[in-house]
Design a binder for this molecule. Structure first.
Ligand SMILES: Nc1ncnc2c1ncn2[C@@H]1O[C@H](COP(=O)(O)OP(=O)(O)O)[C@@H](O)[C@H]1O
Ligand SMILES: Cc1ncc(C[n+]2csc(CCOP(=O)(O)OP(=O)(O)O)c2C)c(N)n1
Ligand SMILES: [Mg+2]
Length: 343
């Protein structure tokens, strides 16, 4: 089926896409349908706001990304930013610019993904904007969330001797992207052949359907740990650690042998003849959390499943470095994702 968007028009499309959206959160007072949404948060909360812009051809390639997955991921990467402040996401607004290539069914798919993510993370869709584009799909999502006033975690709070921790494992989403890019080149013009991705499912899942680490935020809270600094890993661990250290006026040492990497990631890096540590440090799109905790929290944090201690914070004069298995030190450089960097 292909229903042209012009048959519904802007208002018809919005009504169609947002049909049946219900508000779950106490703070969502009024959602879609007026000039602005109305939110109300209790005075003991801080309100968190984050926004992300995703451009077709820059952030995603629709030749191998299904629209439902794209919708899911676009929402989840925003939730991830709210968790990275030690908060809880509550509302999003979604703005879309659509070219003529897209039909109503395409946007339905995209919305099905966004709505699934919102259901799973208990977030309300409270508004958005819809416009046309001459060149492709542009997606902008803004997420609003809350945190207890004294529990917001910034990038600038890391202190000398703090332990550096990471959740999950790194580099898999990047290897998933490499895999999809390779198949895209191989299969160009041969639509009937289905690539065999068996044994590589984890990599594809990490690229196409990432999750935000709500569970880690909950486990830290349950263990009574408030990190001294935290970020989510979108551009690569190196880049994020440099942000934390710069803003905290600190240095760091992280140890190559402690960087968490999944088996499939390692196999794939070998197959592509890529340096595994480089992929894990700079690949990006991991949407894991990197955070620091006081050394006093060592016992508590090391008991939490899914968190790895990878190093520690130092004085700023010592700079930021990766210590290899044979004890050599390499200065961290932000080689990861940078949308504005020269190619
Ligand atoms: N065009 C912009 N105008 C104003 N602030 C911006 C702009 N782009 C990014 N920022 C702000 O810069 C900071 C860092 O952004 P960014 O590197 O994109 O972080 P993240 O990786 O968490 O999305 C954030 O506070 C963000 O709101
Ligand atoms: C076609 C394509 N190119 C590149 C990537 C890789 N990629 C897309 S977004 C991103 C990192 C995060 O993007 P950014 O706009 O920096 O988000 P932010 O850090 O602001 O949250 C990466 C590595 C991809 N998934 N698909
Ligand atoms: Mg950003």
């Amino acid at each position: 089926m292909r229903t042209e968007i012009s048959t519904l028009g802007e208002f018809g499309l919005i009504a169609h896409l947002t049909k049946g959206i219900k508000l779950e959160n106490e703070s969502s007072k009024y959602g879609i349908g007026d000039d602005a949404a109305v939110l109300s948060y209790p005075s003991e909360k801080q309100i968190l706001v984050t926004t992300d812009l995703l451009m077709e051809g820059v952030h995603f390639d629709l030749t191998y990304v299904p629209l439902k997955h794209l919708g899911y991921k676009s929402a989840v990467v925003n939730f991830s930013d709210i968790y990275a402040m030690n908060g809880t996401p509550r509302q999003i607004t979604i703005s879309l610019a659509l070219s003529k290539r897209f039909c109503v069914e395409d946007i339905e798919e995209f919305y099905a993904g966004v709505r699934l993510a919102c259901q799973q993370y208990h977030v309300d869709i409270v508004g958005g904007d819809t416009s046309s584009s001459l060149t492709g799909l542009a997606i902008s999502i803004t997420c609003i969330g809350e945190a207890d006033k004294n529990k917001v975690v910034y990038r600038n709070g890391a202190k000398e001797t703090d332990l550096i921790c990471v959740s999950g494992d790194l580099g898999a989403a990047y290897m998933g992207l490499q895999l999809l890019e390779r198949e895209k080149t191989v299969l160009k013009g041969e639509k009937d052949i289905q690539p065999d991705f068996s044994g590589k499912e984890y990599l594809l899942e990490r690229q196409l359907k990432p999750e935000a680490r709500k569970d880690i935020i909950e486990k830290l809270a349950a263990a009574n740990i408030i990190p001294s600094s935290m970020m989510d890993i979108s551009d690569g661990l190196s880049s994020e650690l440099l942000h934390i250290c710069k803003q905290s006026n600190a240095g760091c040492r992280i140890y190559e042998e402690h960087i968490p990497i999944d088996y499939q990631t390692a196999v794939m890096a070998e197959e592509f003849n890529m340096n595994l540590t480089t992929c894990a440090m700079n690949g990006g799109e991991d949407y894991e959390l990197v955070f620091t905790v006081s050394i006093a929290d060592y016992d508590k944090v090391s008991q939490i499943e899914g968190i790895r201690l990878i190093g520690h914070i130092t004085k700023p004069e010592l700079g930021c470095a990766l210590v290899t298995r044979d004890g050599q030190e390499f200065e961290l450089r932000a080689q990861g994702w940078n949308a504005l960097r020269k190619k």
